[in-house]
Design a binder for this molecule. Structure first.
Ligand SMILES: *[C@@H]1O[C@H](CO)[C@@H](O)[C@H](O)[C@H]1NC(C)=O
Ligand SMILES: *[C@@H]1O[C@H](CO)[C@@H](O)[C@H](O)[C@H]1NC(C)=O
Ligand SMILES: *[C@@H]1O[C@H](CO)[C@@H](O)[C@H](O)[C@H]1NC(C)=O
Ligand SMILES: *[C@@H]1O[C@H](CO)[C@@H](O)[C@H](O)[C@H]1NC(C)=O
Ligand SMILES: *[C@@H]1O[C@H](CO)[C@@H](O)[C@H](O)[C@H]1NC(C)=O
Ligand SMILES: *[C@@H]1O[C@H](CO)[C@@H](O)[C@H](O)[C@H]1NC(C)=O
Ligand SMILES: *[C@@H]1O[C@H](CO)[C@@H](O)[C@H](O)[C@H]1NC(C)=O
Ligand SMILES: *[C@@H]1O[C@H](CO)[C@@H](O)[C@H](O)[C@H]1NC(C)=O
Ligand SMILES: *[C@@H]1O[C@H](CO)[C@@H](O)[C@H](O)[C@H]1NC(C)=O
Ligand SMILES: *[C@@H]1O[C@H](CO)[C@@H](O)[C@H](O)[C@H]1NC(C)=O
Ligand SMILES: *[C@@H]1O[C@H](CO)[C@@H](O)[C@H](O)[C@H]1NC(C)=O
Ligand SMILES: *[C@@H]1O[C@H](CO)[C@@H](O)[C@H](O)[C@H]1NC(C)=O
Length: 741
């Protein structure tokens, strides 16, 4: 598992920062060690430290060597991170209390307009009712923060709530304020929480940035930049630089739980094989027990099936979709065909004259990389005065522009591979450029083939709002089914994650005379903080709601149609399936008034975890206490009181499956709901009772749902449907995903 920031254009660099050696010369690595303690010992931090030290007592530490223990964990689990050799770990295995040790993994990181697109408007509606998230603390685990940006001004912000126990580790000249109330760093090679990348500044300002007028990039997307919860506080935990280390992420989650955050936002992740083997899932479980909602990006590994990160049911897993804003750059060919694409860099002085057009893939047929316009492959090529067509590939799209410009190119047309279909990204290119769809790329290449003198130009049309196809699921947004828990539907929700404008530490325009700099970037890293902000708004307007209640409110009220009222589409402009959309696209105002919620308390996950057939020790490592599954009830995953349904019919599953759900009335005291069912093709869905009559607020009622496979001839694959509880005012919708095997 590599944990990456979930930004579409960050490539992960892996290197050893400090290779050190044990006294016998064997190399040291950072291990995550889980231990168990004699009962009663493991409460006070100094008790824990001395207990953890006993595991390290036999190790010979060379003189001058730093402490081998890097972190002591208390909340996320009992254990520590330490630099150890394989032999030292082996020796530890026989000690009483030892549970497990494994080398840490590297994880990767995976808006002027988006609040508006989400229906949040100043002085009215949900923004006003939730007081813009006032008093709520959002913890952001990312690349740190650029605190001097006006998005983090504390104008109009109240002081931190009394419960806040965090720290501010900036230096003497930079201080926290009432917006950024805490800032810590966890990378051993860092000496401050300052953001040397931009990713963390962007995500934090998306979640809770203050109002900044006249925000734009190259004059585009001009407007007032603001985060989703502009009166929420930010607590910054820097855990990533070029990559994010598991030991640092765990230490930051451990600290954030103690500090008193209300929401945790993690735009990073990796791939896991099981819930007990996934550090973020472990940390998130402990956070959830403390009432903290954990919002995580779903990953940028789409559009492939089974490409999700952060799949635990106690996490809000966020996919990415487009907003209705385009920053249009149109390719005009010599035969007058036009193809609309996007670019943030829009030079006003680019001449309308047609220039020679070349396809990089035909420049040198012996170089397999040349169509991707890498710096190496274009090195030495003379592209003076030409418009160059390049294929989108692994290297960043900005770097292709740099290579084309280096070789003398006048402009660049980026064309998508088949899998990215119609997803175009607006980026801060270094030369006149446009990014067009796969289908348009084929037509441009066919035109080049059709004539001996292909020519083109790019026409820059600026910001266009009102694409009624939006939201469209982003091609890169990771897809289900869920790998670690097949019968929990993931992702949970979609949020804006394509071409998002937010704060950036440096000017991408070479501008030196302003500190209000912004950038437009894309990724599930960008959609996650939108949902973290929405969770903060909900926490502010419903302080008594559990993390599961907030999730349920967000999921059951989500939109399943786009602005044109058609079903939400994927990157191919075909109706997107539930493994791409989850419950749908977030609708914050409806989430504030969901009518019914599917609630869950921490202990409800025990029968679920035992039902996954994990060992007592595996379940215990998630729960942080001894568990005996044979004394607990076990439930199938689909029986968890989740706001969506996923189930499997195959040779090993019964052809009739019955589950129960409990819904809590959070609307008016007297309200009745009637069920509406759209069964997946080939599946019969029966709900009992078909009507729920509530007499009071917080009353809970149960219903039973029976799924039957209609006959044994239905095909293999996925089918989907939904069930919905409708009252005169509200509807509470749960998607149904069925895997047929
Ligand atoms: C805003 O919310 C307050 C209460 O939080 C309410 O008194 C006021 O009427 C609301 N204003 C508008 C315009 O909805
Ligand atoms: C830079 O930001 C600070 C804090 O928001 C603000 O007080 C200052 O006026 C800004 N400076 C410029 C040159 O914009
Ligand atoms: C303190 O932080 C500011 C940025 O907030 C930075 O510009 C300055 O160089 C830092 N000073 C020291 C001594 O590290
Ligand atoms: C952005 O919009 C504001 C208000 O409409 C305007 O004053 C400003 O000149 C615009 N900036 C750019 C770069 O277009
Ligand atoms: C995902 O699975 C579905 C159903 O089996 C299949 O139709 C689709 O092609 C798969 N998608 C990818 C990208 O492999
Ligand atoms: C393209 O359109 C222009 C203006 O309408 C026209 O003058 C020109 O002849 C057209 N070129 C082709 C190849 O059709
Ligand atoms: C380009 O080629 C020259 C000569 O072989 C080499 O010195 C240079 O490093 C290369 N540049 C890149 C970006 O590969
Ligand atoms: C263009 O021509 C090349 C070489 O003849 C061929 O390989 C390619 O498939 C053609 N491309 C299109 C889009 O027609
Ligand atoms: C930024 O500066 C670099 C180096 O001077 C230059 O190559 C580039 O074109 C500039 N970019 C813009 C958008 O002006
Ligand atoms: C969208 O993408 C699909 C798949 O690449 C393609 O067939 C279709 O023509 C595209 N639609 C538009 C409007 O570009
Ligand atoms: C757990 O084991 C039981 C009994 O063998 C089986 O029915 C069930 O499907 C298993 N659950 C999972 C999630 O594998
Ligand atoms: C089996 O189910 C499929 C899908 O619903 C349907 O098309 C088919 O007619 C059914 N066959 C029988 C024998 O019921």
């Amino acid at each position: 598992m590599g944990f990456m920031p979930f930004l579409t254009f960050i490539c992960m660099l892996n290197f050893h920062l400090f290779q050190t050696f044990a006294s016998d010369g064997s190399p040291l690595e950072t291990y995550i060690v889980h231990v168990d303690g004699p009962d009663g010992v493991l409460n006070r931090l100094d008790d824990l430290d001395s207990w953890y030290n006993t595991f390290l007592s036999t190790i010979t530490v060379a003189s001058g060597e730093r402490n081998r223990r890097i972190y002591s964990y208390r909340n996320v689990f009992k254990g520590f991170a330490a630099r150890l050799s394989a032999d030292e770990v082996k020796a530890m295995e026989d000690m009483p209390g030892f549970i497990s040790a494994r080398p840490e993994r590297k994880l990767s990181l995976h808006t002027t307009h988006s609040p508006n697109f989400l229906g949040l408007n100043q002085n009215m509606g949900f923004w006003n009712e939730s007081n813009y998230g006032k008093g709520v603390i959002i913890g952001v685990l990312d690349t740190g923060i650029f605190p001097d940006h006006p998005s983090f001004s504390d104008e109009g912000m109240p002081p931190p709530p009394a419960k806040w126990k965090g720290k501010c580790d900036f230096n003497l000249t930079t201080k926290c304020n009432n917006k950024i109330i805490g800032a810590r760093y966890f990378n051993s090679f860092d000496d401050s929480p300052l953001d040397d990348d931009g990713h963390g500044t962007h995500t934090a300002s998306t979640a809770a940035g203050n109002f900044v007028r006249g925000a734009n990039v190259f004059g585009n997307a001009n407007g007032t930049a603001v985060g989703i919860a502009p009166l929420a506080h930010l607590a910054i935990y820097k855990v990533c630089s070029l990559f994010c280390s598991e030991s640092d992420i765990l230490a930051a989650m451990d600290t954030a739980i103690d500090d008193g955050v209300d929401v945790l936002s993690l735009s990073l992740g990796g791939f896991a094989n099981s819930l007990y083997d996934d550090s973020i899932a472990l940390g998130a479980y402990s956070a959830m027990e403390q009432g903290i909602l954990v919002s995580c990006s779903a990953g940028n590994a789409g559009p492939y099936n089974f490409s999700l990160s952060n799949e635990a049911p106690w996490i809000l897993t966020v996919g990415a979709s487009t907003i209705d804003r385009k920053i249009r750059a149109t390719a005009l060919l010599g035969d007058n065909q036009t193809f609309d694409g996007e670019s943030t860099f829009q030079p006003m002085d680019f001449p309308p004259t047609l220039l020679p057009l070349v396809y990089a893939g035909m420049l040198n047929t012996s170089d397999p990389d040349i169509q991707f316009c890498t710096a190496e492959s274009l090195n030495g090529t003379d592209l003076r005065g030409k418009i160059v067509v390049c294929e989108v590939g692994i290297t960043t799209r900005i770097s292709k522009g740099i290579a084309v410009k280096e070789a003398g190119g006048a402009a660049m047309i980026l064309v998508n591979p088949a899998r990215f279909a119609n997803l175009t990204l607006s980026e801060s290119h270094v030369l006149p450029a446009t990014h067009v769809s796969y289908a348009d790329g084929l037509k441009i290449k066919a035109y080049i083939n059709s004539t001996s003198t292909p020519t083109a130009t790019i026409v820059f049309r600026g910001t266009i709002i009102g694409d009624d196809r939006a939201p469209v699921v982003a091609a890169f947004s990771s897809r289900g089914p869920n790998w670690v828990s097949r019968n929990i539907l993931k992702p949970d929700i979609l949020g804006p994650g394509v071409n998002i404008l937010a704060a950036w530490p440096v000017s991408v325009e070479n501008n030196t005379n302003t500190n209000a700099t912004f950038n437009i970037i894309s990724g599930t890293s960008m959609s996650c903080p939108h949902l973290s902000g929405i969770a903060a708004l909900l926490k502010s307007s419903h302080p008594d709601w559990s993390p599961a209640a907030i999730k349920s409110a967000i999921m059951t009220t989500a939109d399943v149609v786009n602005l044109a009222q058609n079903p939400i589409e994927d990157e191919r402009f075909l109706p997107a399936n539930v493994f791409a959309t989850g419950s749908g696209h977030v609708n914050p105002s409806r989430a504030n008034d969901p009518g019914l919620i599917y609630d869950l308390q921490a202990e409800d996950y025990i029968p679920y975890l035992c039902g996954l057939n994990y060992t007592n020790r595996e379940v215990g490592s998630i729960l942080q206490r001894r568990v005996n599954c044979s004394a607990e009830s076990r439930i199938p995953e689909t029986q968890l009181n989740y706001p969506s349904f996923a189930l499997t019919f195959g040779v090993f599953q019964p052809t009739v499956q019955t589950y129960t759900r409990t819904v809590t009335n959070v609307g008016e005291p007297n309200s009745s709901y009637v069920v509406e069912i759209v069964p997946p093709p080939g599946i019969d869905v029966l709900v009992e009772p078909t009507k729920l009559d509530f007499l009071e607020v917080n009353q809970k009622l149960q219903y039973q749902v029976t799924f039957s496979r209609l006959n044994s001839t239905t095909s293999i694959g996925f089918v989907q449907g939904y069930l919905k509880w409708n009252s005169s005012k509200r509807s509470v919708r749960s998607p149904i995903a069925v895997i047929l095997r």
